[in-house]
Design a protein around this ligand. Sequence first.
Ligand code: MLT
Length: 253
Amino acid sequence: MLTVNAYGPTVTEPLVLLHGFPFDSRMWADVLAAMPRVGVLTMDAPGFGRSAPIDGGLEDYADAVAETLTARGVQRAVVAGLSMGGYVALALAERHPDRLAGIGLLDTKAQADPEPARQNRLRVADAALGPEGAAAVAPMIDVLTAPGAPAQVRATVTRWLEEAPPSGIAWGQRAMAARPDRLNVLDGLDIPGLVLRGSDDATASVADHEAMSRALGTDVVQVAGAGHMSAVEAPGAVAEALSDLVARVRHTG
Ligand code: MLT
């Protein structure tokens, strides 16, 4: 079971927010502040924030999301994830499609990693468990935020990277390295979807986002001036896009 925090009104089909790697639910704070009237659950990934580690990969994380919803009496939810959270939303769509009322894919991709990226993840995982610890993910700061991101945003993300738990870093990197291509999962989904990217996201390309939006039959929402951490860099625009997704789910439901 994952640690959950609830915000806003209690609703039958809440918005579930899954954070990116190697962070925790604090990542969503400014987005939550910008949409007080939406019923939201945030969950910490296994081994991050206040959630206990699990054995297995992103598929087991997706199963844990489904179990956590069941424990709260929630049958269906609008599930949105940023980057690693998006990989988990896709795994949930594959394994538990009946639990999804809508899906949000933010600064993420449906394709598996190319081999060099996979090898790099395994190297970082080993390094995090050695003397380097969380310093193994310090170089990520250069690709996480847009070049013009405010110094305060960069400082916050740098601090979160320093605080990341080494065991969680190793688990997350190995789990992400093992994930398969899930673009085809989106073809089978007939629910409202959101594909969002920071215009300056250096880790997930326009082509990645367009492939997902084509499969979902929706447009890509571009957040001007934001990088990979769109939810931290431009929380108002991300809250607006998520609120619109929730409204579309209510409208079709
Ligand atoms: C994230 O923000 O979750 C990471 O960039 C995901 C990844 O390393 O692919």
